[in-house]
Ligand binder design. Structure first.
Ligand SMILES: NC(=O)c1ccc[n+]([C@@H]2O[C@H](COP(=O)([O-])OP(=O)(O)OC[C@H]3O[C@@H](n4cnc5c(N)ncnc54)[C@H](O)[C@@H]3O)[C@@H](O)[C@H]2O)c1
Length: 318
């Protein structure tokens, strides 16, 4: 069995490659390294069942016959997709069509990495898959939110019109080893600041909430969904909610840092609350996250300590 992972050199894509190799797949990772890194897949270089193709999925690419296409390519952090706004729209539209066409051509199954951002700044809490969302279609985050909503529509169209066996996961904030230190997402940001002795920046009054899923739990849910017969979007995320302030305090606790917390203005369209309703994943997949935030942060610390030091050394050398 051969699986194609677009975005395979990214944070989630590289963990997915590991898991698929563990399941006995031959894995082809396609990535243009826009936000991903060779380091994330360096440990796979000597595995004869792993291939890496440096290519843009918005251009035509050929990786031979495959049985499963996992489409994970897309900038994912607000810092990345605001810098690469046009590329984000392109990979969510042209890139998604190319990945879907690849699945159709090879009669392969297709799996889309979608996002909780489809719910926008939700008026319903927690978010069930049946909620259609509250998205600003022209705001600064729209390049990502609308690209993903379009990707979902395209995926459903290939299911309806071309009978491709498709699956869609709505991923909620996921964290763990291999995240970029500078990608601006909450956990890497707090880790970098705490480990460098800088103030931890909390936006607004810090009472806005997020729920954080450890990467091993997320990948477990993704693989269960990929093996299921479910075609409609399914939330996979950790439903335990924390305020930004609580999260900052937990990072200070596990790092033992003496850094202080500094408050800054809330960015435009920043969601105030985000928590998945995972009733569907529980019933359908028997899936439940197992790693609590404190444990996940401890598991991530071994990665972040050298990653933050390397990042600082690179910054000094510039
Ligand atoms: N990590 C999360 O919390 C989260 C939450 C919701 C959704 N997601 C989705 O999961 C997927 C992976 O996210 P991530 O956190 O690993 O981000 P990431 O930035 O680490 O990985 C994305 C990868 O896609 C690659 N890429 C981007 N455009 C490409 C293109 N045109 N052609 C080929 N490769 C391209 C990047 O180089 C990178 O390696 C994304 O689709 C993202 O939207 C992630």
């Amino acid at each position: 069995m051969r699986a194609l992972v677009t975005g395979g050199a990214g944070f989630l894509g590289s963990h997915l490659c590991d898991a698929l190799l563990g399941d006995g797949y031959h894995v082809i990772a396609v990535d243009n390294l826009l936000t991903g890194r060779h380091d994330n897949i360096a440990h796979l270089a000597s595995d004869p069942r792993f291939e890496f193709l440096e290519a843009d999925v918005c251009a035509s690419f050929d990786c031979g016959s495959v049985d499963y296409v996992y489409h994970f390519a897309s900038p994912a952090s607000p810092v990345d997709y605001m810098i690469h706004g046009v590329e984000t729209l392109q990979v969510g539209s042209i890139g998604t069509f190319n990945a879907l066409e690849c699945a159709r051509r090879h009669r392969a199954k297709f799996f889309l990495a979608s996002t909780s951002e489809c719910y926008g700044d939700p008026a319903v809490h927690p978010q069930k898959e049946t909620y259609w969302g509250n998205v600003n279609p022209i705001g600064p985050r729209s390049v990502y939110d609308e690209a993903k909503r379009f990707s979902e529509a395209a995926t459903m169209a290939y299911l309806r019109y071309h009978k491709v066996d498709t699956h869609i996961v709505r991923i909620f904030n996921t964290y763990g080893p291999r995240m970029q230190v500078n990608d601006g997402r909450v956990i890497p940001n707090f880790m970098k600041q705490a480990l460098s002795g800088e103030d931890l920046t909390v936006f607004g009054d810090g009472k806005q909430t997020r729920s954080f899923c450890y990467v091993a739990d997320e990948i477990d849910g993704i693989l269960r969904l990929a093996r299921s017969d479910e075609h409609d979007p399914t939330n996979i995320g950790n439903p335990v909610e924390f305020t930004m302030l609580e999260c900052a305090e937990k990072v200070l606790e596990i790092t033992g840092s003496k850094s202080k917390i500094r408050f800054e203005p809330l960015p435009q369209d920043d969601p105030k609350q985000r928590r998945p309703d995972i009733t569907k994943a529980r019933k359908l997949l028997g899936w439940e996250p197992k790693v609590d935030l404190l444990t996940g942060l401890r598991l991530s610390l071994d990665y972040f300590i050298p990653a933050v030091a390397k990042n600082a050394a690179v910054a000094r050398a510039r």
